[in-house]
Ligand binder design. Structure first.
Ligand code: FNR
Length: 341
């Protein structure tokens, strides 16, 4: 199976499976404040991730590039991000590192979003030289390195040797002159892993929790003999956020994994994230070229978030990160057994 056909299949299966898991964010409750002492127009959603200033805490997260159809997807995503002021990540650039005729399927995102924040993306198998080329390819402001061990293991033609990844990440951090964000793709990041990444000097961690696009399910659809028991594998978005956000020393956090609403965005920010990533939710709009609808969707997300910030008396993302929360259900039990408080 070529890398290009695999990319087509990932898009097709992501559209079919959708986002059906439990991200645990409904376990996170806000404490209503009926004296917020704030006007809605005072709310300011600007934030920072790994030293990069973002005008919105919503990031269109990494999806694709590398196959001819993905050109128009990245073009639509570039337009959506430009018109709404969102940061945007392209999908893994390894295809274009190996075959330069595919570069345009990624570069189109930069052409459509010339002044925006753009993240490059590679896997942890990348060398420092590949990382430099990925950044240069799209004039990236930051570089994401994805960790997707369980996806690879279920993928019929996937990688089976994961040794040396941390060492390579450390070398990439040293080699590139943009912030490096290490991300999961939907199985979550634990505090133990986050500590190792912190020691490597990564600028940010995208916890990429379970509960959104499910790459166990997607790869199982591509297998003759599916490992269906692994479809629920991983740390939920809420639990993973608690794992990493409560560390005394840690980099900035991006929260991804099933986020679709302003309320879930607010919950992630209140748990300590600096921004949220959304991938699957933008895929359908982009595949169908429904950019106007996607822009309306983002405007609505911003308004919803602003309403919640006002109701909580939190004029900024930093203030939202300090509002009181009550954690219930599975997420509460997870935190208790892991000694997180
Ligand atoms: C992804 N994702 C992804 N991540 C990454 O780091 N590199 C990649 O190349 C891809 N490719 C990719 C393709 C498709 C079709 C989808 C839907 C997703 C993972 C993505 O960035 C994100 O972590 C997960 O999709 C979880 O977020 P959502 O979809 O639940 O919002």
């Amino acid at each position: 199976m070529s890398r290009t056909s695999r990319k087509r299949e990932h898009v097709e299966h992501a559209l079919t499976t959708g986002q059906s898991g439990t991200h645990g964010l409904s376990d996170v409750k806000f404490v209503h404040n009926c004296l917020p002492d704030l006007a809605m127009e005072q709310t300011d959603m600007s934030t920072c991730i790994g030293g990069l200033a973002l005008s919105s805490p919503i990031v269109v997260n990494a999806m694709t590039g590398g196959a001819s159809e993905t050109y128009s997807i990245n073009q639509s995503l570039g337009i959506i991000a430009r018109e709404t002021g969102l940061a945007l990540a392209v999908g893994s650039q390894m295809a274009a590192i190996r075959d330069s005729s595919l570069v345009e399927t990624y570069r189109i995102a930069r052409r459509e979003h010339p002044h925006g924040i753009l993240f490059g993306n590679l896997g942890a198998e990348a060398t420092p030289e590949m990382a430099r080329r990925a950044v240069e390819m799209i004039e990236a402001d930051g570089l994401q390195i994805h960790l997707n061990v369980m996806q690879e293991l279920i993928m019929p033609e996937g990688e089976r040797d994961f040794s040396g990844a941390l060492r390579r990440i450390e070398a990439i951090v040293q080699a590139v002159d943009v912030p490096v964000i290490v991300k999961e793709v939907g199985f979550g990041i634990s505090r133990e892993t986050a500590c190792k990444l912190t020691d490597c000097g990564v600028a940010a961690i995208d916890i990429g929790g379970r509960g959104g696009t499910n790459f166990a399910q997607i790869e199982n659809m591509r297998r003759a003999q599916p490992f269906a028991v692994l479809n629920e594998w991983g740390i939920s978005t809420a639990a993973s956020l608690l794992e990493v956000a409560t560390l005394e020393v840690r980099p900035d956090i991006m929260a991804t994994g099933g986020i679709q609403t302003g309320l879930d965005t607010a919950r992630c920010l209140a748990l300590g994230a600096s921004c949220v990533g959304m991938a699957g939710v933008f895929l359908r709009y982009a595949v169908d070229g429904r950019t106007e609808e996607a822009i309306e969707y983002v405007n609505n997300l911003h308004e919803e978030l602003s309403v919640i910030m006002t109701a909580l008396g939190a004029p900024t993302i930093a203030a939202l990160q300090r509002v009181p929360l009550v954690i219930t259900g599975d997420t509460y039990h997870w935190a208790e057994q892991r000694g997180i408080n």
